[in-house]
Write a protein of this length. Structure first.
Lengths: 115, 116
């Protein structure tokens, strides 16, 4: 069974631009969660999508948004990029999502650098 | 709000020695508890999890953790370290936050170094 894939793996943008990251979950998984990992703040939960609906949300500004398609693939968008948005963005998929005890499987991440 | 504290951002052990990585959490209700490992330039991999039932949880690669409710702890151990265990380890807690909003909260991570 193929694992969670994220594209692109590396991305360089400049301040003020917007960016879209993609995550393809494991086949059959309905939940996709997004996380931001930085040296200073560590791993922080952004949001979870389940069956095309945002079900849970962390404490990030509205510049961070996402969506999920009918095939469970998910995209995360960050608008008006700031230097502080430079991070490794991880997505994770599971069948039942955060409200369940199902194991979340993580992708390798997208490394975003904002100049 | 739930929080996770990992004592020691960096732990160094000799090959063959006991590995002990500490995790304490704050939660108003019994949470789900997890340990993840992250190798360089890779995503996170689940080592083990506690949901309900037996408080001693066995995971992959010889790791285990014990949920101690009275101490609000979930320390990770391995009897004998191997060079391949060198990685960063994250403790995480999942519970409802503010009604039905669930989220996964991670500790800051502990970098494990294994010396030959």
């Amino acid at each position: 069974k193929a694992g969670v894939t994220q594209t692109p793996r590396y991305l360089i943008k400049t301040r003020g631009q917007q960016v879209t990251l993609s995550c393809s979950p494991i086949s059959g998984h309905r939940s996709v969660s997004w996380y931001q990992q930085t040296p200073g703040q560590g791993l922080q939960f952004l949001f979870e999508y389940f069956s095309e609906t945002q079900r849970n949300k962390g404490n990030f500004p509205g510049r961070f948004s996402g969506r999920q398609f009918s095939n469970s693939r998910s995209e995360m968008n960050v608008s008006t990029l700031e230097l502080g948005d430079s991070a490794l963005y991880l997505c994770a998929s599971s069948w039942g999502g955060l409200v369940s005890t199902d194991t979340q499987y993580f992708g390798p991440g997208t490394r975003l650098t904002v100049l | 709000a739930q929080s996770v504290t990992q004592l020691g951002s960096h732990v160094s052990v000799s090959e063959g020695a006991l590995v002990l990585l500490r995790c304490n959490y704050s939660s108003s209700v019994p949470p789900y508890l997890f340990w993840y490992v992250q190798y360089p330039n890779q995503g996170l991999q689940l080592l083990l999890k506690y949901t309900t039932g037996a408080t001693l949880v066995k995971g992959i690669n010889g790791f285990e953790a014990e949920f101690k409710k009275s101490e609000t702890s979930f320390h990770l151990t391995k009897p004998s370290a191997h060079m391949s265990d060198a990685a960063e380890y994250f403790c995480a807690v999942s519970e409802a936050s503010g009604g039905s909003n669930y989220k996964l909260t991670f500790g800051k991570g502990t970098l494990l170094t294994v010396n030959p």
